[in-house]
Write a protein that binds this ligand. Structure first.
Ligand SMILES: Cc1ncc(C[n+]2csc(CCOP(=O)(O)OP(=O)(O)O)c2C)c(N)n1
Ligand SMILES: [Mg+2]
Length: 296
């Protein structure tokens, strides 16, 4: 029993210039359908990181289906914007969103984690063309993205680099070295987004190695800081449309999110970092997301 049928879903496409309400409604529904497909992917593969997948669904949907200058039919365009998903453990939602946007064939989703599949547990750029950097070991995405942004600056290119980080991931020292460099270089073409869900694996970030006062720390490293509700698609659209937030600095978006959002029993529950739902849990999650049951 699947809802909706696997294979055909999701194929949603991208939305460019359109009235704001139309863009927001399109992206909200896309994120809902992407979450449904992601849950099915994890259930079928019996592995994934659902909590952190749900918390960045709205961010990835907004970036890949709207904000970024990308053409799914021309992934070799040197002027395309670049996305690095540094919290690579959420590969399933990246693949699902890429499929939704037309960057990979949705039929491939059924192969997630299978032998010989291009859809590994962590994204690999040599296997999936739309993946710009291999990630998984936390702490590498921002340094890579900083190099990409510096390259674009040297090329005098208008391409931008977006990098999505976990908040627990910010405990890795390599991030702070890259931040210091990007701030010093004034890389206005670099946009970092932290998925501030306040949970990491097995504990809160506060209990593990507190990040606060995060905005002040980021500002001290030379970044412009913007805070946004990471589940408010309209606010994400507006925030990403307004980057760079200043004319001289890289932009750090602190996206306040909830791990497991919006599934009631997963939300803010650290156990859902990488649990796989049983049949009744899946059924409840799909029902809460408004999935339409096809047949019994
Ligand atoms: C260097 C490194 N250490 C440990 C891990 C194992 N690991 C995978 S996810 C995770 C927790 C990450 O927490 P956070 O960055 O907050 O991600 P999210 O809450 O979005 O899932 C850990 C420790 C890893 N992938 N890389
Ligand atoms: Mg986290």
């Amino acid at each position: 029993m699947l809802y909706p049928p696997q294979g055909a879903e999701p194929w949603i496409g991208r939305i460019g210039d359109a009235p704001r309400e139309e863009v927001v409604a399109f992206l909200e529904d896309a994120a809902r359908r992407i979450r449904i497909r992601d849950l099915q992917l994890v259930k079928t593969a019996k592995a994934g990181h659902i909590g952190g997948e749900m918390s960045i669904a709205d961010i990835l949907t907004t970036l890949l289906l709207h904000t970024m200058n990308l053409d799914p039919t021309n992934l070799d365009d040197p002027e395309r914007d670049r996305l690095v998903v540094s919290k690579g453990h959420v590969a399933a939602i990246l693949y699902t969103t890429l499929a939704a946007g037309g960057f990979i064939n949705p039929d491939e989703l059924d192969t997630f984690l299978q032998n010989e599949s291009m859809l590994n547990g962590h994204p690999a750029r040599t296997k999936v063309k739309a993946v710009e950097a291999n990630t998984g070991p936390l702490g590498h995405g921002l340094p890579i993205a900083t190099g990409m942004a510096l390259g674009a600056k040297i090329d005098d290119s208008s391409r931008r680099t977006f990098v999505v980080l976990g908040d627990g991931e910010l405990q890795e020292g390599s991030n702070w070295e890259a931040m210091m460099f990007a701030g010093n270089q004034g890389l206005t073409n670099l946009v970092a987004i932290v998925d501030r869900n306040r949970l990491q694996q097995g504990a809160t970030t506060k209990a593990t190695n507190s990040l606060e006062p995060l905005p002040e720390k980021l500002r001290a490293f030379g970044w412009e800081v913007v805070e946004v509700d990471g589940h408010d698609v309209g606010a994400l659209v507006d925030t990403f449309a307004a980057v760079p937030a200043t004319s001289a600095k890289p932009t750090f978006v602190i996206a306040h999110t909830h791990k497991g959002h919006p599934i009631s029993y997963m939300r803010d529950n650290v156990a859902w970092h990488h649990r796989v739902p049983n049949d009744s849990e899946l059924e409840q999650a799909l029902a809460e997301l408004g999935a339409v049951k096809e047949d019994a």
